[in-house]
Design a binder for this molecule. Structure first.
Ligand code: ADP
Length: 260
């Protein structure tokens, strides 16, 4: 996106948006949304890009919490929703449209309709990049989203653990099937740096995602540590790139952003 703009990425999709990239994972709970948020913040702050963040995880939207979004999007004169802007990132999430805690029980076509509204029915303005937090998994919903949004590329998030990596491989295959270029694999929760002994502890195993990326001929985009600050930043709605932009953790996200 940054270095190779226009080279391996496909052409324009939604008017005004140069590139749409998906942040995906084969299974839930590996840190996909956390990665999407921190990446969006890094792209906006460190790389000074115009960034949007679409929460396509309609069944479990977490962006409103992670980005501390309040209220509902306003509607423009031409009946488009105006994304809620926080930390310089324009955000759109189903979580901002339904009451907190309300269960979303739609079937596939309704989900697609909602996503269509949340992309083309939104006044995004001019964006360099729209980061899409995908629903976890590799089913029909993910395939339709990938096709309808005409993604420029996708980024797969995985922990180093075997089971997560098996699902990550499935994700890679799904995107290949729908001809979406894979930008690479990000390893989340790579290690925990013990505050007492300063040694890294490889809680979920060491180097799993790097190996998998290598085996599959994909780019390895970097390691994100398992860190209290990342978790509390998500819960409090202040990403580390905002609370501590010069920390090693923020730098880890910047390195990922640099590589895509
Ligand atoms: P997913 O989108 O894959 O379901 P989330 O991004 O919601 O996963 O993350 C799941 C939980 O793990 C959240 O509570 C989040 O704060 C936490 N988390 C994610 N990545 C990290 C990390 N690198 N360090 C510490 N906590 C993390």
């Amino acid at each position: 996106v940054l270095g190779a703009k226009g080279s391996h990425l496909q052409s324009l999709k939604i008017e005004g948006i140069k590139d749409i990239i998906a942040v995906a994972s084969g299974k839930g709970g590996v840190g996909k949304s956390t990665t999407a948020v921190n990446l969006a913040v890094s792209l906006a702050h460190k790389f000074q890009l115009k960034v949007g963040l679409l929460d396509a995880d309609v069944y479990g939207p977490s962006i409103p919490t992670m980005m501390k979004l309040h209220g509902q999007p306003e509607v423009s004169a031409d009946k488009k929703m105006i994304p809620i802007e926080e930390y310089g990132v324009k955000c759109m999430s189903m979580g901002s449209l339904v009451a907190e805690g309300e269960a979303i029980v739609w079937r596939g076509p309704m989900v697609m309709k909602a996503l269509e509204q949340m992309t083309r029915g939104v006044d995004w303005g001019i964006l360099d990049i729209l980061v899409v937090d995908m629903p976890p998994g590799t089913g029909d919903a993910q395939i339709s989203i990938s096709q309808r949004l005409q993604l420029s590329g996708s980024l797969i998030v995985s922990t180093p653990q075997d089971v997560a990596l098996i699902d990550a491989r499935r994700g890679v295959r799904m995107f290949s099937k729908v001809n979406v270029p894979i930008l690479g694999i990000v390893e989340n929760m790579s290690y925990f740096k013990c505050p007492n002994c300063s040694e890294p502890h490889y809680i979920f195993g060491k180097g799993g995602a790097r190996r998998t990326a290598h085996e599959m001929g994909l780019k390895f985009l970097g390691e994100i540590p398992l860190e209290m600050g990342i978790r509390s930043g998500s819960d409090e709605g202040v990403p580390v790139g905002i609370s501590d932009p010069d920390s090693c953790t923020s730098q880890a996200y910047d390195d990922v952003a640099q590589k895509i």
